[in-house]
Structures are given as structure tokens and as C-alpha cells.
Design a protein around this ligand. Structure first.
Ligand SMILES: [Zn+2]
Length: 218
């Protein structure tokens, strides 16, 4: 039998996490701001237990920091050096994963990738996090499915831990051009994977990441 109390508590922490993430993404909670647990708990009418769990979840996503003496603070906005390092890491990891995925990709995985593209096409990547997050989640899922299809579980986990979408989204919230280019780049990746062409998949992924980095910081 399921313990409903646990389910409810986990559900609450998740709701608090989503609400706080929205406030951080929309800069209603500013980068660098200190997060006072008692004040936030009062404000959100929850106890400190789900709030602490929510903050731990946001720390894992790289949106909140927990430092000695300072306590919890909103992570600073990704700067140029951070972006450079993030994309350099992705460029080393993801084209290689795409090449690994190409010979072994299944029709089911291709269908899931196409579903992600449809979701991205149907949702804008601009404005408040409420409207933006479906697009970001679909983009994250797209890259995750390719990593999963590579069959390399440690590499898939490493990619997840980068939280690349969350970091990029903080910048995309301001201005986003190139939705059509992004869609074309994603489609080229799917076509190469579906053709089981490892070299083309690797090149298409490298091109997408280079172009996407350029769009964030031209
Ligand atoms: Zn992408």
C-alpha cells in the first residue's frame, strides 16, 4: 500500500520548487538575492521541510547556491565565461553521443524526438517562464533522448547534471531569435540519426550547439 503522506509531502516540495523556479527565472527573485527560509515559508504558507527540499532541488539545478555563512542565495546569471565553459563541455559530449546513438537508434526513439520537435514548434521560447518552460522542457528532452540512445549511461547522467537548458533559459527569457534555425538544426540531427549516419549526426549536433551558443551571446 502506498503511503499517501509521503506522496503528498513530495508533491508539495515539488510544487514549491516549481513556484520558486518560476520566480527565479522571471527574476522576481533577483540573481544573488538571499533566500530567507522562514520568510519564504511564511510567504508561501508552507512549513520549512518542503521548502528545504525544494531549495535542495534548485541547488541541484544550479539555480540556488547554499554557502557557509551566507545561506541560500539565487545563483548569479550565467556570464560569458560560464557560457563558454558550458558550451565547450556540451560540444565535447553531445556530438560524440549523437555519433554513438546513430547506429543504434530505434524507430521509437525517433518518434519521441519528433514529438519533442512538435512540442517546441507549438510553444514559444519567450516571455515569462510559464509560457517558456514547455519549450525548454521539450528541448531538454530532445537532447536527453539522444544521450539515452547512445547507451552510455554515465555520459547521459553527466549531460543531465549540466542543466544546460535551465542556464540557457535564464538568458533566453530576455530575447530569443532564431526559432526557425533551431528547428532546422534539430531536424537535421533527427534526419542523420534516422539515416544511421554517425558522422552526419556528430556534425549536425556540433553545428546546432555552435549556432545555439552564438544565438545566446553573439
Ligand atoms: Zn537543442
Amino acid at each position: 500500500m502506498q503511503d499517501t503522506r509521503v506522496v503528498t509531502r513530495v508533491g508539495l516540495a515539488e510544487q514549491v520548487r516549481a513556484r520558486l523556479q518560476e520566480r527565479i527565472m522571471d527574476q522576481d527573485l533577483a540573481p544573488g538575492a538571499r533566500l530567507n527560509i522562514d520568510a519564504l515559508a511564511r510567504e508561501m504558507a508552507v512549513s520549512t521541510t518542503p521548502l528545504r527540499e525544494a531549495l535542495a532541488g534548485l541547488c541541484a539545478r544550479g539555480l540556488v547556491r547554499n554557502e557557509a555563512y551566507l545561506g541560500f542565495t539565487v545563483a548569479p546569471m550565467p556570464d560569458q565565461a560560464f557560457l563558454r565553459d558550458l558550451y565547450e563541455t556540451r560540444l565535447r559530449l553531445e556530438p560524440w553521443l549523437a555519433a554513438q546513438a546513430a547506429p543504434r537508434i530505434t524507430p521509437q526513439a525517433i518518434t519521441r524526438l519528433r514529438d519533442c520537435l512538435a512540442d517546441m514548434g507549438a510553444h514559444v521560447r519567450r516571455g515569462p517562464w510559464q509560457t517558456h518552460r514547455t519549450h525548454a522542457a521539450a528541448d531538454e528532452a530532445f537532447h536527453g533522448i539522444i544521450a539515452e540512445a547512445s547507451g552510455n549511461e554515465p555520459a547521459r547522467q553527466a549531460l543531465t547534471a549540466l542543466n544546460a537548458q535551465v542556464h540557457a533559459s535564464r538568458l533566453y527569457m530576455k530575447a530569443q531569435q532564431g526559432a526557425e534555425e533551431t528547428a532546422r538544426e534539430h531536424e537535421a540531427i533527427v534526419a542523420a540519426l534516422w539515416g544511421h549516419d554517425a558522422a552526419a549526426a556528430e556534425a549536425a549536433m556540433a553545428h546546432h550547439l555552435t549556432a545555439s551558443r552564438e544565438r545566446l551571446a553573439p
